[in-house]
Design a protein around this ligand. Structure first.
Ligand code: FE
Ligand code: FE
Ligand code: ZN
Length: 275
């Protein structure tokens, strides 16, 4: 089982990988830069070489890079839109130099312009920046549907993917908290939700799972993560998720409100519950 949590790389990749090992993780997620955007640190190639050694020695799965969550690829404001494009392009270029083949981002917010408008804007940026030569899978994260978010239905994700020239480089990262809030009942109907995803998007597009419990009730459209087993999704449903034949081989990333010890406990628990 590939499992890890979100870790900071502000002290370098080696430190993050060592922290991952210390909690029993064999992958981790990191923000490509300050989560609120801004300039990324210059890459330290000694650090990256050490990261590669650790990943090989401890048989890590692919890391997951997360784009700053303030990027809005669907914005109608040209400065916001251009900023998102610049950061996205720069992140993709940098990832070619890092042993990380997955780049996750929040599709965007249409801020009143409507879903179709937003989807077109997102697709336009992706078609502008993806060269087709990337070694990275670009993952649309499933969203909870708060505000004017795009990407909270499987149909929206499919519409975006269908507009991308190099659609073979686009996948999906399913966030369990978000889909539950968006109204997909993974607690009572996990098989149906997965079947629905397969029918609309295609299960082969699913590349990673954000494994979170939720503080909010089913269908709330709210985005509040809870610790594993401490929310409305609960441990029984989460056990089914990590053992589901169509999910179990994917990498799982915890984004639960915990410190390193808390994540260590969750990873131990999940390894016990995983078959
Ligand atoms: Fe996210
Ligand atoms: Fe997430
Ligand atoms: Zn979230």
């Amino acid at each position: 089982m590939y499992i890890g949590c979100h870790l900071s790389i502000s002290n370098g990749f080696t430190k993050a990988a060592q922290a991952a090992i210390s909690i029993g993780a064999n992958t981790f997620q990191f923000f490509t830069r300050n989560p609120r955007g801004g300039k990324a640190k210059d890459l330290d190639f000694d650090d990256i070489e050490k990261l590669k050694e650790i990943m090989k020695k401890y048989k890590f799965g692919s890391l997951l890079a997360h784009a700053p969550y303030t990027l809005n690829l669907a914005s109608y404001k040209e400065n916001v839109y251009d900023f998102a494009k610049t950061i996205f392009k720069n992140d993709l270029e940098r990832l070619e130099k890092i042993p990380c083949n997955l780049y996750n981002f929040h599709p965007g917010n249409h801020t009143g312009k409507g879903e179709e408008y937003g989807i077109d804007r997102i697709a336009a940026i992706l078609n502008d920046v993806i060269t087709g030569n990337e070694n990275t899978m670009i993952l649309l994260e499933t969203m909870s549907g708060k505000g004017t978010e795009i990407g909270y239905t499987f149909e929206q994700l499919k519409k975006i993917i269908d507009k991308i020239k190099y659609s073979e480089l686009i996948g999906v990262c399913l966030d369990t908290c978000h889909v539950y809030s968006a109204g997909y009942d993974i607690v009572n109907n996990l098989d149906n939700v997965i079947e629905h995803f397969d029918n609309i998007v295609g299960i082969d597009k699913l590349k990673a799972i954000h494994l979170n419990d939720s503080m909010k009730e089913f269908g709330s459209k709210k985005d509040r993560h809870a610790g594993i087993g401490e929310g409305t999704i609960g441990l029984e449903a989460i056990t089914k998720i990590i053992n589901h034949p169509q999910l179990r081989d994917l990498p799982f990333f915890l984004e639960t409100p915990n410190d390193l010890d808390g994540h260590k406990y969750e990873i131990e628990l999940l390894r016990e519950l995983g078959s």
